[in-house]
Design a protein around this ligand. Structure first.
Ligand SMILES: Nc1ncnc2c1ncn2[C@@H]1O[C@H](COP(=O)(O)OP(=O)(O)OP(=O)(O)O)[C@@H](O)[C@H]1O
Ligand SMILES: [Mg+2]
Length: 300
C-alpha cells in the first residue's frame, strides 16, 4: 500500500518543494514508484518538473491540471496524471516511475470561487479519485503551500504522514507550532468524512532541517525544535515515533540551479561529477533513506 505523505510547514520558503521534489527523485532512483501531487497554486513543483513550455500549455488550456478534478464531469485524477514526468530534450525518461499530478494557477479558484457539494467536500472528492490510482505507487507525496486552506486540506486529508521541512531559525519553529494547532482543527472538522480504510488522521512524523550553511552551528535550533516536538508528542499532538531527522540537507547553489534546468538535483550533471554539489545529492538520498526506514514506525 502506498505511503501517503504531506510536506507542510506554516512558514513559507523553508524548502518544502525543494525537499519534496529531490526526495521524490531519490526514492525513484532507489526503485520506488513515486507520485507527486502539487497542491500549491504557485505551481513551483509543476513548473520545475515539466519545465515552462510544457507547463504553459496546460496552464493556458485550463484543463489537465488538478483544479479540473473538482468539477463534476470534467477530468479525474487518473486522466491528468503525467507518467514519467522528467524528460530529456530527446524525450527520454531518466527517472522512470516518477509521476506528477500537475497544478496550474487556476487552483487558486478552489479557495474562492468553488462551491462544491457540502455533502462531499473538496478533500473527499480528491481522496476518492486518488484511490483509483493509489495501488500503482509506493509513495504519494503532497506538496502543500504554507497554510491549511482548501488545497492543502486535500493533501492532508488523504495523507497518513506529515513531515515538516524547517530551517534552523525561530520562524520555522513558530511555523511548526502553528501547523500543529491548525492540523487538529482541520482533523476535527473533517472527522465525519473519514472512512475506516483511511486509518487515523495524519500526524506529524518528522521534522527535516534544510538549507544548512557550512560552518554554522545549529545545535541550539535543533535542541529547540526537539523540545517542541517532545512537548507535542507528550500531548499526543504528534505521532509517538515522531522525530527530528538525523539527516539534513545543506545549503548548495545547485539546488537553485536545478529549478532553472528543470531537473531534480540528482540528474544535474555537475552534481554527479564529484564537485562540491555531490554532497547535497547525498544529503537528499540519506534523508530519503531515513524516510523509508521511518515507515516501520509510523503506526506505533
Ligand atoms: N538546500 C538548499 N540550498 C540552497 N537553496 C535552497 C535549498 N533548499 C531550498 N532552496 C531555495 O530556497 C528557496 C525556497 O525553497 P522552496 O521553494 O523549496 O521553499 P518552499 O517552502 O516550498 O516555499 P513556499 O512556501 O513558497 O512553497 C528556493 O529558491 C530554493 O531554490
Ligand atoms: Mg513550495
Amino acid at each position: 500500500m502506498a505511503r501517503k505523505i504531506a510536506f507542510i510547514n506554516y512558514k513559507g520558503g523553508v524548502g518544502k518543494t525543494s525537499l519534496l521534489v529531490n526526495i521524490a527523485a531519490s526514492l525513484a532512483k532507489m526503485g520506488h514508484r513515486v507520485l507527486i501531487c502539487d497542491f500549491d497554486t504557485q505551481s513551483n513543483a509543476s513548473i520545475w518538473l515539466l519545465k515552462l513550455d510544457r507547463w504553459n500549455k496546460i496552464n493556458s488550456a485550463g484543463r489537465g491540471s488538478i483544479y479540473s478534478v473538482f468539477n463534476p464531469g470534467e477530468e479525474r485524477v487518473k486522466d491528468i496524471l503525467i507518467k514519467d514526468v522528467v524528460r530529456t530534450k530527446t524525450g527520454e525518461a531518466p527517472l522512470p516511475s516518477l509521476d506528477l499530478i500537475p497544478t496550474t494557477f487556476n487552483l487558486v479558484d478552489l479557495e474562492n470561487e468553488y462551491s462544491g457539494d457540502p455533502a462531499q467536500p473538496h478533500y473527499v472528492v480528491f481522496r476518492d479519485q486518488l484511490a483509483e490510482v493509489e495501488a500503482d505507487y509506493d509513495f504519494i507525496l503532497f506538496d502543500c503551500p504554507p497554510n491549511i486552506l482548501r488545497a492543502s486540506q486535500c493533501g492532508i486529508f488523504s495523507a497518513n504522514e506529515i513531515y515538516v521541512p524547517s530551517n534552523p531559525d525561530a520562524l520555522s519553529l513558530i511555523g511548526f507550532t502553528l501547523l500543529v494547532e491548525k492540523l487538529s482543527k482541520f482533523h476535527q472538522l473533517s472527522a465525519s468524512f473519514r472512512t475506516s480504510r483511511q486509518g487515523v488522521p495524519a500526524r506529524v512524523q518528522g521534522i527535516i532541517f534544510n538549507s544548512i550553511k557550512t560552518g554554522v552551528d545549529i545545535d541550539v535550533p535543533r535542541m529547540r525544535m526537539q523540545l517542541r516536538l517532545n512537548q507535542f508528542r507528550s500531548a499526543k499532538r504528534a505521532a509517538p515515533a515522531a522525530k527530528l531527522f538525523d539527516q539534513q540537507v545543506r545549503d548548495a547553489m545547485v539546488v537553485r540551479r536545478a529549478v532553472t534546468l528543470g531537473l531534480p538535483v540528482n540528474l544535474v550533471k555537475a552534481a554527479a561529477e564529484g564537485t562540491e554539489e555531490e554532497t547535497v545529492v547525498d544529503d537528499y538520498r540519506r534523508v530519503a533513506a531515513e524516510l523509508v526506514r521511518h515507515g516501520d514506525r509510523v503506526n506505533e
